[in-house]
Write a protein that binds this ligand. Structure first.
Ligand code: PLP
Length: 231
């Protein structure tokens, strides 16, 4: 069960305060970091709370779950796919998501580009990088990121807005911090190598958003801290 709106608002205010404090500590402007509400495993009511609070977008990690939820609400939010995308769902993802954050292969880029062309859409994407070198995580390996970006930049129906990473699960907070620092270094290197702006750095979740903001995150993806533990 999601919290009621008053409870949600208290939690969201607290997350916003954490973001503001982390920005202040990093000498960054609080407006540089957006809060994405991760509504996976939550009902459509959670999306409505996020919209009522004024959040721009929600994140879902399963294509089909997000599509079903989207059909149940007219909440004025953008839908972002943050979970692994299989190529057989790519066409559906283009139809139903404003941005896809989990693009990690040339083959997927090709299928997304073709689907976007057929649907007359310019599809926003982020490239997911396995910046933590975590065998359990998807994402392009750091060494392959530049090649993948070049493929993406050659696809005329895709707009590459930046990079995304998930830190490995670890009891040591230095692991997340290093992962985020690495994603930022990769972004800076790729931006200067290709001239692409790569404005968005999607990194940081409920447990590690401070470290991500210290390393330059522009978008934190937060579920548990807004809606409580998932069932
Ligand atoms: C579930 C999920 C999140 C949110 O995680 P919380 O710890 O609940 O904040 C963020 N990003 C991705 C890719 C996720 O799958």
């Amino acid at each position: 069960m999601p919290p009621d709106y008053e409870e949600f608002k208290r939690r969201a205010d607290a997350v916003r305060a954490r973001i503001a404090e982390a920005c202040a500590r990093a000498g960054r402007n609080g407006g540089e970091v957006e809060l994405l509400a991760v509504t996976k495993s939550q009902p459509a009511a959670a999306v409505e709370m996020a919209a009522r609070y004024g959040l721009r977008a929600v994140g879902e990690n399963r294509v089909q779950e997000g599509i079903e939820k989207r059909a149940q609400t007219a909440a004025p939010v953008a839908w972002e796919l943050i979970g692994h995308l299989q190529s057989n769902k790519a066409r559906l993802a283009v139809r139903h998501y404003e941005r896809i954050q989990s693009v990690d292969s040339a083959r997927l880029l090709e299928i997304l580009d073709r689907a976007a062309e057929e649907q007359g859409k310019s599809q926003a994407v982020l490239l997911q990088v396995n910046a933590g070198l975590d065998p359990a995580k998807s994402g392009v390996e750091p060494d392959g990121a530049e090649r993948l970006l070049e493929v993406a930049l050659g696809r005329k129906n895709l707009r590459v807005e930046g990079l995304m990473a998930i830190a490995p699960l670890s009891p040591d907070p230095a692991v997340a911090r290093r992962t985020f620092a690495r994603l930022r270094e990769i972004r800076d290197r790729l931006a200067s190598a290709t001239g692409a702006r790569l404005r968005e750095l999607s990194m940081g979740m409920s447990g590690d958003l401070e470290a991500a903001i210290a390393e330059g995150s522009t978008l934190v993806r937060v579920g548990t801290a807004l809606f409580g533990e998932r069932a």
